[in-house]
Design a protein around this ligand. Structure first.
Ligand code: HEM
Length: 218
């Protein structure tokens, strides 16, 4: 435990925590997207409602939920600490250096994109997770809840914007995590950047397609 605390207090320890939790969150995105694809099925209402009904009844899902929550908190708190430390280390960077030449737009906006994704997560949890866990109506339908949210153009626009910003976050974040792990060598860079496209482009695009689909269909 002592070694872990010492590691966490070092810069590289914090970077490792942000990278590891970030990649775990990426894996979670794949699983989450897989489940949501039921929304696109022909019998979407029945399929999605059955899926949403089973999930909370499984103990393993409850345990994963708690772990996932801890991973999110670990990522957000440690990511913010790394960001503060970097800012303090280079307080006058914009006056003395040309940021465009030393870092990408995506790497410089990690805290901003992460923070907006964080606000999105709170709204998202309130609309879907909280409603399904603490439902009072026995005829509750998750599909109907999703439909109500996504047919609101303001809600859908915010959802799509959040997915664009998640894409920005992962445009830098995905490959940066492998750099932190020391795996971004010449040999693996093409693979990391190739798989990265899945995370920063394809997955956010599929999530964003859902509110757009509901707006067009209903
Ligand atoms: C599904 C949501 C998210 C995913 C998949 C994700 C993923 C990642 C990944 C892979 C990294 C790169 C780690 C590295 O450089 O080693 C990262 C960095 C970062 N994340 Fe997230 N993240 C998410 C949400 C958030 C949220 C909500 C915040 C809130 C502030 C946040 C703040 C940060 C910050 C500040 C960094 C950069 C730390 C640094 O300067 O190295 N992230 N994220």
């Amino acid at each position: 435990m002592g070694t872990f605390t010492e590691l966490y207090h070092s810069s590289i320890g914090k970077k490792l925590v942000v990278g590891l939790t970030g990649i775990l969150l990426c894996i979670y995105l794949v699983v989450h997207l897989g489940g949501n694809l039921f929304l696109f099925k022909d019998d979407g209402v029945a399929a999605f409602d059955a899926y949403a009904e089973i999930l909370p009844s499984l103990l393993v899902i409850r345990i994963i939920e708690i772990l996932l929550f801890a991973v999110f908190i670990g990522h957000i708190v440690t990511g913010t600490l790394v960001w503060i430390r970097n800012k303090r280390a280079r307080p006058r960077q914009y006056e003395v250096t040309k940021p465009n030449e030393n870092s990408s737009f995506f790497s410089r906006t990690m805290f901003v994109t992460g923070s907006i994704v964080f606000i999105f997560l709170i709204v998202h949890m309130r609309s879907f997770w909280f409603t399904s866990r603490f439902k009072t109506d026995e005829h509750f339908s998750m599909f109907a809840t999703v439909k109500e949210a996504f047919t609101d153009p303001v809600y859908s626009a915010f959802y799509v914007l959040a997915m664009v910003l998640l894409g920005f976050h992962l445009r830098h974040g995905f490959q940066s995590a492998f750099q932190t792990f020391g795996l971004k060598t010449k040999k693996y860079t093409p693979l990391i950047e190739g798989v990265g496209i899945l995370f920063w482009f394809v997955i956010p695009l599929c999530f964003a397609a859902m509110p757009i689909y509901f707006l067009l269909k209903y």
